[in-house]
Design a protein around this ligand. Sequence first.
Ligand SMILES: NC(=O)c1ccc[n+]([C@@H]2O[C@H](COP(=O)([O-])OP(=O)(O)OC[C@H]3O[C@@H](n4cnc5c(N)ncnc54)[C@H](O)[C@@H]3O)[C@@H](O)[C@H]2O)c1
Ligand SMILES: O=C(O)C(=O)C[C@]1(C(=O)O)C=C[C@@H](O)C=C1
Length: 332
Amino acid sequence: MTSSVSTTPLFDKVAFIGMGLIGSSMARRMIRDGLAGSISCAVRSEATRDRVLELGIANYAYCDIASAVEDADLVMLCVPVGVNETVGQQLEGHLKPGCIVSDVGSVKQAVIRDIAPHLGEGVHFVPGHPLAGTEHSGPDAGFPELFEGRWCILTPIPGVPDAANAKVQALWEACGMRVECMDADHHDRVLGITSHLPHLIAYTIVGTATDLEEAMRQEVIKFSATGFRDFTRIAASDPTMWRDVFLNNREAVLEVLGRFQEDLMALQRAIRWGEGDKLFDLFSRTREIRRGIVDAGQYFTNFSAEGEDRQSDQKGKKSKEVKTDAASEPKN
Ligand SMILES: NC(=O)c1ccc[n+]([C@@H]2O[C@H](COP(=O)([O-])OP(=O)(O)OC[C@H]3O[C@@H](n4cnc5c(N)ncnc54)[C@H](O)[C@@H]3O)[C@@H](O)[C@H]2O)c1
Ligand SMILES: O=C(O)C(=O)C[C@]1(C(=O)O)C=C[C@@H](O)C=C1
């Protein structure tokens, strides 16, 4: 799928709060396809502000949010969902009437709770979530094709003008995405199972495997086969982002985790009692599901059974030198 390059920008002045993987990928796409008249951003560390300007992914980089959003037509929040309340407070009183505020957060009810009360009369909030990403973070990790052929979910708020929702939808479509709308509550339950639980499982498996005694740990690393390697990619995802996701989608994750634990116990029992039919039936059913997903993926340009994470691997290699040490919560 290719998107047409815009001749008139969709938004005159765009401000990004947070220029990590998602913010910088959007900025790159908007610059590449002429979707924004100008781009400013709020970035906390001086080093990252310099880097953003050096990369040419913003025209202006500020340390404070108020300066970045002055006169903005679109403010795009691209920060971990745990800082939204603080960011909301810093937006208060600085947005012009008619400004659209949108976001990319992986959970939606908490974002609406934390941001909406801070936006004044005449400012329109359109929460969104592009279902595209990698395990890398920071401004060097972004690339303009990240969103190509993937889904974006919008969770429109009652009372917000259709025109504002439509403009954000048009932006994501111009970034190459297919857009669907749903309630924030439904979004959080769906993503709880399709995205949040898989990450929790990956973090657990890699944690368990590497908590083994030293000799065994060395072998896990040395002989890590493709299945385990796939889990390690997911388990390398940003710790701040994922801590915030779990703390802000607590109920949906706990509910699905309960179901998962029951199913895991049933499998444990089937193995213990040699119930091969049960194992075979489940594994046959899940194989069909995978095949269905791969078939559907033929509509995607960057998705194939063999090379789903090829893009993320390439970006990892390119951005190795400048990758931040996420475990220490970088102030970029
Ligand atoms: N990474 C993914 O796969 C993915 C996919 C879809 C959506 N998301 C969502 O996108 C958002 C951003 O994720 P990312 O992957 O781009 O993360 P990232 O770590 O690459 O970037 C986050 C940016 O936010 C900045 N930031 C953190 N706290 C801040 C604060 N208090 N004030 C201002 N800036 C602050 C960081 O310095 C960094 O530049 C998250 O809400 C995440 O849930 C991520
Ligand atoms: O490919 C990856 O690295 C991702 O995990 C991307 C992924 C996901 O599919 O779960 C992660 C979190 C987001 O909110 C959206 C997308």
